[in-house]
Ligand binder design. Structure first.
Ligand code: GFB
Length: 320
């Protein structure tokens, strides 16, 4: 990727897209193509095809997706599978038709079986049943990574799929019904502090474990892979080429109880934490094995404590 290469960041206003855009600009990449939702409907096959024919991007970061937390995934099951399949089908197919040099497809660690051994290696994909709450989203993401792999194998494309662990950062969704746990807890403890509440409610048992990676680290990993890794680096000598995707994680996890305590202390809430067991726990643990990524030469930098402090400051500044 050269500094004047034409780069399309699909989803540049989302959590990861914002971070990728920021990191690209700070590294000196200037020729970015960015389209808001009202300028380009990514679920429209015709509009996406017209856009690729006109703009002819050389590199694509596919960070556009319908995303949300455990309840949103479980409630809007149809929207999660339909919208994600449409967006990724349109972009991946147009990228192939229009000779994109390299595309990076962003998936999720929820593609792996619910009870996968920990830490989760890339080859555990499709070895067992998925977690129910996010099965439609996971199926869409599995389809996306398989589509990239298939286009590489049949047509010689250079489309790489990365599977991040749970992400957090600036520009996240803080809506309590649809957000992920980390932004939800920042907001709940902050509002609890402002309202001098006696307690704050945390969903589920607090026992599930999650691995969290800051969106800036995720952006750095995506750019590193775009700059340095090709599909050919990811295939083995086997006749059956599969599991060429790359896990992107932090390397260790915490329980939801530990996360809640950390956020409670950073925010400065001194009431009680109450666990609402009527809400789903979801998968018990999804800690990624990141040895493939590490051997390719990349490691994260931002600790959970530092990251949460930064996001909390960002959140308060938005309120001012
Ligand atoms: O972040 P989260 O919604 O996503 O939930 P998943 C993680 C854990 O935190 C679950 C608990 O055990 C929740 O029950 N939790 C506690 C809360 N309090 C809260 C809260 O106030 N809000 C939320 N949202 N959770 C999603 C998938 O699963 O992870 C997606 O549904 C995607 O498909 C994403 O893969 C990364 O980790 O359970």
């Amino acid at each position: 990727m050269k500094l004047d290469s034409k780069i399309f960041v699909a989803g540049h206003n989302g959590l990861v897209g914002t971070a990728i855009k920021k990191a690209l600009l700070s590294k000196g990449y200037q020729n970015l193509v960015l389209k808001t939702r009202s300028e380009l409907d990514l679920s429209s096959t015709i509009k996406v095809e017209e856009f690729f024919q006109k703009e002819k991007p050389e590199y694509v970061f596919l960070a556009a997706a319908k995303v949300g937390g455990i309840i949103a995934n479980n409630t809007y099951r149809a929207d999660f599978i339909y919208e994600n399949l449409m967006i990724q089908n349109n972009i991946i197919y147009s990228a192939y038709k229009n000779g994109v040099k390299k595309l990076l497809f962003l998936g999720s660690s929820c593609i792996y079986p619910k009870n996968a051994p920990q830490p989760i290696k890339e080859e555990y994909l499709l070895t067992d049943t998925l977690e129910y709450t996010n099965e439609p989203y996971a199926i869409a993401k599995i389809a996306g990574l398989k589509m990239c792999e298939a286009f590489n194998l049949q047509y010689g494309c250079n489309f790489i799929s990365v599977m991040p662990t749970n992400l957090y950062g600036e520009n996240d969704n803080f809506d309590l019904n649809t957000s992920h746990v980390l932004p939800a807890l920042i907001r709940k403890f902050y509002e609890g502090k402002l309202n001098k509440s006696n307690s704050v409610e945390v969903w589920g048992s607090g026992n599930p474990r999650r691995e969290f990676l800051h969106s800036s680290d995720m952006a750095q990993a995506c750019i590193y892979i775009m700059e340095n890794i090709n599909f050919n680096d990811l295939i083995n000598n086997s006749k059956e080429i599969r599991n060429t995707h790359i896990n992107i994680g932090y390397g260790s996890d915490v329980s939801i109880k530990e996360l809640a305590t950390l956020i409670k202390n950073i925010v400065g809430f001194d009431g009680e934490i109450i666990y609402d067991k009527s809400k789903p726990d979801g998968t018990y643990q999804k800690l990624l094995d990141t040895s493939k990524l590490n051997s390719l030469g990349w490691k994260p930098k931002i600790t959970l404590e530092k990251g949460v402090k930064e996001v909390f400051e960002w959140y308060i500044n938005q309120k001012k």
